[in-house]
Design a protein around this ligand. Structure first.
Ligand SMILES: Nc1ncnc2c1ncn2[C@@H]1O[C@H](COP(=O)(O)OP(=O)(O)O)[C@@H](O)[C@H]1O
Ligand SMILES: [Mg+2]
Length: 207
């Protein structure tokens, strides 16, 4: 069974695939049934290449735990995350509807809708930032929408805890540079939160 093409009805990790929801650069998301709890979930499988990257693997597992601790109405609830058969996966709430990428493709949004969507994304980010978590990948396809345009912000997978000294791992000319914890915390507090804030307005601002 290949990573990129699971057929309807195939079972893995206690889930049965019902269909394909979409693909990202390094991931594929399926609509699936959780066979233990008999509920629908979105099952995200990451490229097997990522499980082989030790640093990514460690971060993914640690950060999934942090992301799962976020309990906010505008953040996608994570049900399970882990590694099985050399493959990293996340099972999360299935958001039946669309995403902001699709919505923007359909045409311009009114000012009122734009404000409503931005406010929900900002609220979710505010909540995460207050708890020391930064999203780092706020983009239209990560803003999931149910049929009433309630926002669920997805993919806190690259999140780092601000207080975590490991946040000081920087890449410079292909080398990893470790910052002292205090310097790392200061940098982390300023830069990534700004990154998230910029991410809220950028896609909608073009409209
Ligand atoms: N929890 C979810 N519920 C419904 N659809 C989802 C969910 N998570 C992701 N998707 C869909 O799957 C697609 C691929 O997601 P992803 O692999 O995160 O890549 P990207 O965010 O880069 O597009 C997204 O466009 C989104 O619409
Ligand atoms: Mg995504």
């Amino acid at each position: 069974m290949s990573f990129s093409d699971l057929s309807v009805g195939s079972e893995l990790l206690g889930y049965r695939v019902e269909g394909l929801l979409g693909r990202g650069g390094m991931s594929v998301v399926y609509l699936a049934e959780d066979l233990r709890l008999r509920r629908r979930v979105a099952l995200k499988l990451l490229s097997p290449a990522l499980a082989g990257d030790e640093l990514f693997r460690e971060r993914f597992l640690a950060e999934s735990e942090l992301a799962a601790s976020l309990d906010h109405p505008c953040v996608v609830p994570i049900y399970e995350a882990g590694e099985a058969d050399g493959r990293l996966f996340i099972a999360m709430r299935y958001v039946e509807g669309s995403d902001l990428k699709q919505l923007l493709r359909d045409g311009p949004l009114t000012a009122e809708r734009t404000v409503g969507l931005c406010a929900q994304v900002a609220d979710a980010l505010d909540f995460a930032h207050e708890r020391g978590l930064v999203h780092r990948d706020v983009k239209p396809s990560n803003v999931l929408l149910d049929r009433r345009e309630h926002v669920y912000l997805a993919d806190f997978g690259l999140t780092k805890r601000l207080a975590d000294p490991r946040v000081g791992v920087l890449r410079s000319r292909r080398r990893r540079v470790l910052l002292r914890p205090r310097a790392a915390r200061l940098r982390a507090r300023r830069a990534p939160c700004r990154l998230d804030v910029g991410g809220v307005g950028r896609p909608l601002g073009r409209r």
